[in-house]
Design a protein around this ligand. Structure first.
Ligand SMILES: Nc1ncnc2c1ncn2[C@@H]1O[C@H](COP(=O)(O)OP(=O)(O)OP(=O)(O)O)[C@@H](O)[C@H]1O
Length: 308
């Protein structure tokens, strides 16, 4: 029996996606290493990591397209290996969209409608317009971006409660990227769950509630974007009159520099209270704090290293 809330939506604490000790080895290489993660229903989750970190392999495991060496993947409580049941609730856009070359975009969308978990046709037509897709052409004539658009329109227009998108915007131009972000927000407004692997950090920052950062097959961090920012270095600029405040021994403060123009710059990690107490002793006339972008956080994690 399904329990529903006042609006008729199912009440469930079963995660949309669950990975428990999920592991995939290819010979000696451990592509995904004991990955444990829950994505609750209604969340937009960003999945980040450099090339080769194991993002696509994780997605393949979550979708039952690859068999785990150890551990388990579940979609709304159903074992990912039970593909027929699990896929009733999933729409998937792979990194390399392959379409039937002789069918037109419209024919492919129609085919998806008949085989998938149900389609909102009015919304699909709206998305075709929004993504400026010409559905009358055979798929073999589509560019990479246009193939991606067909797959995205089909996925967003389904009634599947979970969308798994593997680097879905790599071929889209900035206008289409904007439409993509709007479609993700609309999906969330409808209570759908989105699992989005991406290299576009600005995109993840704009649409995701939480992010997971994968490094060499392991989850290095899972956090809300705001929390991730607060854990990382903020850049602080203090304008003062009179002698510069002494921050040399303040916990969390690093890289103090003064240009001698009444401005002091430093980076701050962790709670700001000790720095604020030290600053209170000086005559501070302005204080500016710049939080790091997701890109800066990402580079902090990886530096110039590879993901593996
Ligand atoms: N079928 C396979 N056989 C052997 N090794 C594989 C196979 N699939 C993936 N790998 C290896 O597993 C590691 C993770 O690859 P994966 O494609 O999951 O990374 P990714 O994070 O998706 O990278 P990218 O961002 O470049 O797409 C890589 O070292 C890759 O070479």
């Amino acid at each position: 029996m399904t329990v529903v809330d006042a609006k008729g939506s199912p009440v469930t604490d079963v995660p949309a996606l669950r990975a428990s000790g999920l592991t995939k080895r290819y010979g000696r290489l451990t592509a995904v290493d004991a990955l444990t993660l829950d994505v609750p229903p209604g969340e937009v989750f960003g999945f980040l990591g450099p090339n080769g970190a194991g993002k696509s392999t994780t997605i393949r495991l979550l979708l039952g397209l690859a068999r785990p060496t150890a551990g388990r993947a579940e979609v709304f409580g159903v074992d990912a290996a039970d593909v027929t049941r699990a896929h009733r609730r999933v729409a998937y856009v792979p990194a390399d969209v392959a379409l039937w070359p002789h069918l037109t975009g419209a024919e492919i969308l129609h085919l998806q409608e008949r085989t998938g978990p149900g389609t909102d046709r009015a919304y699909r037509d709206e998305l075709v317009e929004r993504f400026a897709l010409d559905p009358s052409k055979p798929a073999r004539t589509y560019s990479t971006g246009n193939r991606q658009k067909v797959a995205l329109v089909a996925a967003f227009a389904t009634r599947a409660p979970l969308l798994v998108l593997d680097e879905p915007t790599s071929g889209l131009d900035p206008l289409m990227e904007r439409e993509f972000r709007a479609a993700v927000r609309a999906a969330r407004d409808r209570g759908r769950t989105v699992f989005l692997s991406s290299h576009q950090l600005a995109e993840v920052e704009a649409v995701c509630d939480r992010v997971g950062i994968l490094r060499a097959g392991r989850l290095a961090e899972v956090a809300a974007i705001s929390r991730l920012r607060s854990l990382h270095r903020a850049e602080v600029t203090v304008t003062h009159t009179g002698p510069a405040p002494d921050l040399s021994t303040v916990p969390g403060v690093d890289g103090v520099s003064s240009a001698g123009d009444g401005q002091l710059r430093f980076t701050l990690t962790g709670p700001p209270a000790p720095a604020l107490r030290a600053l209170a002793a000086a005559d501070v006339t302005a204080l500016a704090v710049r939080e790091p972008s997701l890109e800066e956080i990402f580079l902090d994690y990886y530096g110039s290293e590879n993901g593996r």
